[in-house]
Design a protein around this ligand. Structure first.
Ligand code: ADP
Length: 267
C-alpha cells in the first residue's frame, strides 16, 4: 500500500454491534468489489459500520461528506499552483482508486448530479476513472471499492439518485436497532448503565413515531449517545435530553413540548 494511504488505515477495532448478517453480506460484496449504497436515517450507524468493515478488511478508508457545492474536481483532483508551477493533486476519490482504498461518499444525494456522474465508469466492469483535465485514465486498483450513504427519508425528487447511478450499486438497508440492542450501544458508547440507556431509547422510540407527522426525523442513536455522555458527566437527565435531543431536533414550539413531555415521562 502506498505511504499516502497508510494514514487512512483504521488501526484499532471500532466498536460495532451487528444487528443482523450485515458483516457477512458486506464481505461478500467486497469480494466482488461491488459498489454499495447504505440507506438509512441519519445517526443510525452507517458510518460506524463502514469504519468497522474497513478495519476488518484491513483497507484504508477515505470518507468524503458530500454537499451541494461540491464539484467533480473536489472528488477527482485539480491543478494547483505551487513553487514549482502548476502541479496536479489527486482528489480523495482518485487517491482511493489509484492506491486501493474504500471511498465512502457520505450523504451522496447532497452532491449535484453532474458531480456524481464521474463515478459511473468506476462502477461498471471498466473500473476506470478518467481525469479529463489531466488527460489520464486511472485504472482502479484491485482493492478499490466505492460505498455511498444516503437517507431516503428527507429527499425531494430533485435530490434523488438517478436510476443510471442507482442501478450500478448493491444496497444495504440500515435502521435504528430494536430497543434492547440500541440500549446496549448507547450504554457502551456513552458509558452509562443499561437502565438509563433504555430510558433514553424509550424517548427516541416515541419521537420516531412522529416522523412525517411534524418531525422530519426522529431522535437518532447519535443524539442518545450525546445525551448519555452528558448524564454520565453529571448533567441532570432532563436538561441533558433537552440540550442534545429535543432542542436540536425541531424549532416548532408544540413539537418541542411534546418531545419534552416524552422525556419527563421517562426521567
Ligand atoms: P450515520 O453514518 O448512519 O449517520 P453513525 O455511524 O455516525 O451514523 O452513528 C452514530 C453513532 O451511533 C456512532 O458514532 C456510534 O457511536 C453509534 N452507533 C450506531 N449504531 C451502532 C452499532 N450498530 N454499533 C456501534 N455503534 C453504533
Amino acid at each position: 500500500m502506498s505511504d499516502h494511504l497508510q494514514q487512512y488505515l483504521i488501526r484499532n477495532a471500532p466498536y460495532y454491534r451487528p444487528t443482523s448478517n450485515e458483516i457477512a453480506l458486506y464481505e461478500a460484496a467486497y469480494a466482488l468489489r461491488l459498489p454499495l449504497i447504505l440507506k438509512g436515517p441519519t445517526g443510525c450507524g452507517k458510518t460506524r459500520f463502514v469504519e468497522y468493515m474497513a478495519w476488518k478488511l484491513r483497507k484504508p478508508l477515505i470518507t468524503l461528506a458530500c454537499n451541494e457545492d461540491m464539484t467533480a474536481s473536489d472528488l477527482v483532483g485539480r491543478y494547483l499552483l505551487d513553487a514549482e508551477g502548476t502541479v496536479w493533486h489527486d482528489g480523495p476519490l482518485t487517491s482511493a482508486v489509484r492506491h486501493g482504498g474504500i471511498c465512502y461518499l457520505d450523504e451522496v444525494v447532497e452532491a449535484r448530479q453532474d458531480t456524481t456522474v464521474v463515478i459511473h465508469p468506476l462502477t461498471d466492469a471498466r473500473r476506470i476513472l478518467p481525469l479529463d483535465k489531466k488527460g489520464e485514465l486511472v485504472h482502479a486498483h484491485p482493492d478499490f471499492q466505492l460505498v455511498m450513504s444516503y437517507n431516503p427519508g428527507y429527499q425531494s425528487s430533485a435530490k434523488d439518485l438517478k436510476q443510471s447511478t442507482r442501478q450500478r450499486f448493491g444496497a444495504m438497508e440500515f435502521d435504528y436497532p430494536d430497543a434492547e440492542v440500541e440500549s446496549e450501544i448507547v450504554a457502551h458508547e456513552a458509558g452509562i448503565s443499561r437502565a438509563i440507556a433504555a430510558r433514553l431509547v424509550g424517548v427516541a422510540k416515541r419521537s420516531r413515531v412522529l416522523k412525517g407527522r411534524g418531525l422530519d426525523e426522529g431522535i437518532s442513536t447519535r443524539m442518545l449517545i450525546h445525551a448519555g455522555s452528558l448524564i454520565r458527566d453529571g448533567v441532570n437527565p432532563v436538561e441533558a435530553c433537552r440540550m442534545t435531543m429535543t432542542l436540536p431536533l425541531t424549532d416548532a414550539a408544540d413539537m418541542l413540548n411534546a418531545l419534552q413531555g416524552f422525556v419527563e415521562a421517562h426521567f
